[in-house]
Each structure stands twice: as C-alpha cells, then as structure tokens.
Ligand binder design. Structure first.
Ligand code: GLA
Ligand code: ZN
Length: 678
C-alpha cells in the first residue's frame, strides 16, 4: 500500500472501448463531445483489448490507443489504463494451451469467455509481463494516465499441474513438516494422512472434498496466487518505467477471494457495484450497498473508487430493471457518502454485438444525448463538481463489524448444526442495519484489523477465531470497548480444529459464559426471548428466535453475569438468550440466538448510549441514511432519503448546506450534503 491517491476532483466516467468503433471516427468524435457535455472527466481504456493491442504474437499495435489517449488529454479527460490480462487472444491459447484454466474436475477449458487463464503458467506470466511493460513504456508517463487498472475482476481458480505444484510449495512453506500439516488438518480421520507434501492435491468433487482444512488452505492459496499474479503485473509496469498508482476492481461480496489480503498490493481499492434497485424496499437495497461500500473502504481504511456501476439497467440479472428517475444520482452519491472518490460506469458506449449488447450505457445504440439516462448522468457529473472539495476526506467510524472471509469459508464448510442457510450475511446485516439506523459510521473489518479507535465491535457468528483473535477481542473489552458476540462463535481455530475446554474459546472470562450446546431449528420452528424484569438496557419486548439457539451458562467464577433475555420455549426455557458481563473497563454482550431484526433495533440504541457514541443527528426518520466524511478543516454530513415518504430531517445549526434543496422536507431519493468546520 503506497501513498494515498487523491485527484482533487471526483472521477466521473467509466469503461470505454473505442477499439469497437475504429471504423466509425464520427462516433468517436461525438463521444468526446458527449463526455464533456455530461461532465465526464475520466475514461477507463484497454480492458479486454489484448487481441487488438497484440493481434499476433509479439506484434504490438498501440497507435490507436495513443491517438485516443492524446485526444482525451487534449479534451481534459483523464485515463485509467488497463492491463489486458482479463481475456487473452486466441493465438495464445492455440499455441500455448497451458495458459487456459483447469477446473476442479481436472479438465482444461477451451478458449473462450474471459478470466479463463492460469495465474501460474510461466507463458501467461511472460506474455502479460511483455505487454504490460510495453504499455508502461509507451503510456506510463503520459500526463493523461492517472491510474493503472490491473486486469479485470480477478477471480476463479485453476487446478492445473503447475498450480498443484505451487500449492504444495505453499503448504510446505506454511507447515514446514508433513507431520505438522497432518496434525493441523486432522488427517487421521478417515485415514487420510499424508506421507509427503508431494502427495497433496487440491480439493475436488471427484476426490478430497471433506477435509475442511485442505479446502480452507486451498482457498487461501488461491487468494495468494491471485495476488502474486497481480504483483507480477504491477512489477512489469514498474519495470516499464511507470510509477503511477495501481488498482484492481473488486466485486460485490465475492467469496472466491479474501479481499483483505489486497490491502498492500493496491494503491487504492476499487469495486464494481450492481445493486437490484426497486426489487426490495430502497432502504433495504441501500443498506446492502452501504455495507459493501463500507467493506471496500475498510480494506485500507481510506477512500476507494467506485470503478463500475450501471447508468441504466444491466443485462445479466434475472430481471434487469431500469433505474427510476433520481435513482442513479442517489446511488452515485451513496457511494461518495460511504467514502468513494469516484462515480464510474460500465459502460460509456454500449457495444453493438455479443453478450453485453443490451447492458446499459451512458450512450446507447440510438447514439443521441437527448435521452433520460444521459440527462441523469449529466446531473451526477454536475453534483460531483459541486462537492469536489470532499475528495480525499476520510471516514471515521466508532463501530465495526467483523465479517471475515476465512470465517465465512470455514463456517459454510463446517458441517455443523445447520448445513444450509446459516444466514451469516443476514446476521451481519441485522447488526449493520441497527447501527446505520442510528447514523453511526460502521467499518466492516476482518480479523487482521486493528480494533483501536472503535467503541463498539460486533463479531457475529465468528465461528473461526484465529489463535490470537480471542486475545485481541479481550484486550479491546478490557480497555473499555463494547463487544457484541453471538451464538456459534469462537468454535474453531484457523485450520478448523475445534477448540477444546469450552467455547467461546478464550472469551469465557470476558463474556462470563460458556456455550454448553447449540440447538438448530427447522425453518418452520421458533423460540422466543423474553425480557428479564429490570434488565439494565430496559429491553421490554418479546423477540422471535430462529435457526440457532445457543444454550449458555454463566461460568462458576462469574456469578455477576447479567441475563437480559431468556428463552420462553422448549426444554431450555428459562436459559439465557442475551447476557451481559462487565469486563475491565468495557462490556461484553452475548446474543445466544438468531434473534429477529426488532431486537437489534432495540438493543443497539441502548449500547450506543452506554458506549457514549453520539450520532450526528438526534433523530433519524426511517429509511434515511446518515454518514459523515472528514478532512482537516471540515466534517461533511450526508443525508439521503431512501424511504418512501417525504420527511423532515432537522440538522444542527453549525452545519451549512453544500448540496441539495432547501425545501422543508426531503423527498424520497434525494440527498443533502452539509458541511461544518472542525
Ligand atoms: C463486470 C465487468 C464488466 C462488465 C460488467 C457488466 O463488472 O467488469 O466488464 O461485464 O460486469 O455489468
Ligand atoms: Zn494453473
């Protein structure tokens, strides 16, 4: 992770493929005019351009790209330049089949699609290195080029012999001896012990698929292999003489890679957001996007870029719906509210053929600028110019939620009390929604993240705690933090070995309880949590519990554990459903069951108060999103109405309006941005 990138203006624009229009110079000329008209100041070029850049092996054709980059420059438009490795030309896979990916059944793919390559193949690496170096030599110093876009949406995995070999090396480096690996992987079970690293193969549905630690390590390896490839690409750019910053566009809740590991490899995180607006309530979708924005920002704890979003409808969702008027602007400003320094689209001009010909674009097949989408894009461009001073400002979050990919992998594969529908994401969302309803900036963190600076940390369903993690949480509480732990936490270590001597492992002292058993509920089953009279948070409602009911008991040495809710039904009626334990200077709560949303809505405002966290606004109407960003001189307050009704949102007097209307109430899908001196 190098220096922070701040362009001093919001990047507005997106993916542009002029190589699809080489025989239409008239179109290319109009595009530039349209870009200027809609306040587009940035284009991403070269994504998937390899077969035009190098039509035959070693034969580079960069003139067209040079001409486009120059033209952009002369028109005040910046360029994000991509490396083309997201898809390779046919000649390459014909001549060197090893560049193609091998699936988990050990079948090599045919040419086609994209992202269909081996990250280990020396040939693929060499070809990528060459072209990246050439691009860097030719354009790496060009004043229009502001950022490198490495490949496109890294993802997938390759099980070819070369990758298998790398995997074995990786394991050997990690475990040193095969005995250590056997121990950590519990291979004695079903007689799966290995005698040497050379015997190990990646997981496969045709072979080993039940050795959880193998699967986990394979997934970790895939992340590291991908990052290794990414670094290899960046090195080629550096060797080609360009020191411009690099990014890679990440994807929505992508479970194939552990994105936290990209922290050091990128100068700035970017991601592609394609929500299904108008499918659920807008507030529900907004919370879902908000969480992903927060996750992306939290990877480096600094501003990120929205690299792709759709100005209209996509064409790959089961139902690809148009955005209603105002949605594009609201969704774009939501990204900014959560820390983005850009609003970029896929795509600027719609392609004429192939699989994305109906994907929304700033300029569609009709080709005019007198369209609704074009007008709305222009509106976004205008808004971004108006709030330009916000770029580079930071998000300070008093709360964080642990949503760790390794935990997700391990839990899905755990073969525990529920094998389908663990509802992990829903659980994370319940905590998130409750915090966000109070206008609290919330980071979405991994186990690696430092907990300093947070007042509340929720670690819901944190099934896997690395060996050192309990201590991290314990110190956090001891020093005054509020920890919200839930059922199914602190169960296994990093190789999925169950902790012995009681769970939540290493946190029984802190929470004051031990989980004795856990009941899984059928989908149609419910239990209830009933408030204990006089509980210190004043909880007074009865809440439904579903899916999981953890049966916890205060440990002997901790008779001071407070029970705030108790189960109402089944043989564990009367057992705790919510506990509290004061530990050091802080508080540890243990939520025993998958409680309904309403519980979190009552619980969080109380613990926010207890933690002395102040919301930026005293009262927030339902469906209104409140976030802040700050720099040395100002705090910026974003208020967005994702609700269904016009609402009045009183703002403290020290805030001055920077963007938005001044009517008495805020209509649905409107945004106001305020500013106060710090
Ligand atoms: C992804 C890709 C783009 C394009 C869009 C379509 O994000 O990166 O190339 O395919 O999806 O929504
Ligand atoms: Zn491979």
């Amino acid at each position: 992770m190098n220096k922070q990138v701040n362009y001093g203006r919001f990047l507005h624009g997106g993916d542009y493929n002029p190589e699809q229009w080489m025989n239409r110079p008239d179109i290319l000329r109009t595009d530039i005019e349209y870009f200027k008209k809609s306040h587009i100041n940035t284009v991403s070029l070269g994504i998937f351009s390899w077969s035009v850049l190098e039509p035959n092996e070693g034969e580079y054709h960069f003139e067209w790209l040079e001409e486009i980059i120059d033209t952009m420059y002369h028109n005040g438009i910046s360029v994000i330049l991509a490396t083309p490795s997201g898809a390779r030309p046919k000649w390459m896979s014909d001549k060197y089949p090893e560049v193609l990916r091998v699936n988990e059944n050990r079948e090599r793919n045919l040419f086609g699609g994209r992202h269909n390559h081996c990250y280990t193949s020396p040939v693929y690496r060499e070809k990528t290195r060459r072209i990246n170096m050439e691009l860097a030599k030719r354009f790496g110093q060009h004043p229009a080029v502001i950022l490198w876009h490495i490949s496109n949406e890294f993802g997938g995995e390759c099980h070819c012999p070369l990758c298998q070999e790398e995997f074995r090396k990786w394991l050997e480096e990690k475990y040193q001896t095969i005995e250590a690996l056997n121990e950590c992987w519990a291979t004695t079970f079903w007689s799966h012990r290995y005698n040497s690293f050379s015997q190990i193969e990646s997981p496969s549905p045709r072979g080993e698929s039940g050795l959880h630690a193998l699967t986990l390590d394979w997934k970790r390896f895939v992340t590291e292999r991908t990052i290794d490839f990414l670094k290899h690409e960046v090195q080629a750019i550096r060797d080609g003489g360009s020191d411009k910053p690099v990014t890679a566009n990440l994807m929505y809740d992508y479970a194939g890679l552990d994105y936290k590991k990209f922290r050091e490899a990128l100068d700035i995180v970017s991601w592609d957001n394609y929500p299904s607006w108008h499918k659920h309530t807008e507030w529900k979708t907004a919370l879902d996007c908000g969480l992903q924005h927060d996750l992306m920002r939290s990877i480096q704890n600094r501003p990120f870029l929205l690299m792709e979003s759709c100005p209209s409808a996509t064409n790959w969702q089961p139902v690809s719906k148009l955005k209603k008027p105002g949605m594009l602007l609201t969704a774009s400003l939501q990204a900014v509210a959560h820390g983005s320094d850009s609003v970029l689209y896929f795509q600027l001009r719609q392609s004429q053929g192939s699989s994305e010909k109906f994907h929304g674009a700033v300029i569609d097949h009709y080709g005019g600028c007198d369209t609704r989408v074009f007008r709305e894009v222009t509106e976004v461009g205008n808004a971004l110019e108006q709030i330009q001073e916000i770029t580079g400002s930071h998000t300070v979050s008093p709360a964080a939620i642990l949503y760790d990919r390794e935990n997700d992998w391990a839990m899905k594969d755990s073969q525990g009390p529920r094998n389908e529908d663990l509802h992990y994401m829903e659980c994370i969302q319940k905590h998130y929604q409750a915090l966000r309803n109070q206008g609290i900036n919330t980071d979405i963190i991994s186990m690696e993240h430092d907990l300093q600076g947070y007042q509340i940390v929720a670690a819901p369903m944190s099934y896997m705690h690395r060996r050192d993690y309990a201590q991290k949480l314990a110190s956090f509480v001891e020093n005054g933090g509020t920890l919200v732990l839930t059922y199914w936490s602190g169960i296994v270590d990093e190789t999925d070995l169950c902790y012995l001597e009681g769970t939540p492992h290493g946190l029984m002292e802190v929470t004051g309880i031990r989980s004795t058993e856990i009941d899984a509920l059928y989908d149609w089953e419910e239990n209830h949590a009933v408030p204990e009279n006089g509980n210190h948070l004043g909880l007074s409602s009865i809440y439904t519990c579903k899916n999981f009911c953890d049966l916890v008991q205060p440990i002997k040495q901790k008779p001071d554990v407070e029970i705030l809710l108790r189960y109402a039904d089944d043989f564990y009626q009367g057992w705790p459903a919510l506990t509290h334990h004061a530990f050091g200077k802080g508080h540890a709560y243990y939520v025993c069951a998958d409680l309904e949303e309403a519980f979190y809505g009552d619980f969080y405002p109380q613990i926010i108060k207890e933690a002395h966290i102040l919301s930026p606004l005293e009262s927030i109407p339902e469906g209104v999103s409140v976030t802040t960003r700050e720099n040395d001189s100002s705090t910026y307050l974003f208020v967005q109405n994702f609700g269904t009704k016009a609402v009045s949102v009183p703002i403290p007097a020290e805030y001055k309006l920077l963007y938005g209307d001044t009517e008495a109430s805020m209509k649905p899908l409107t945004t106001r941005i305020f500013k106060k001196a710090r």
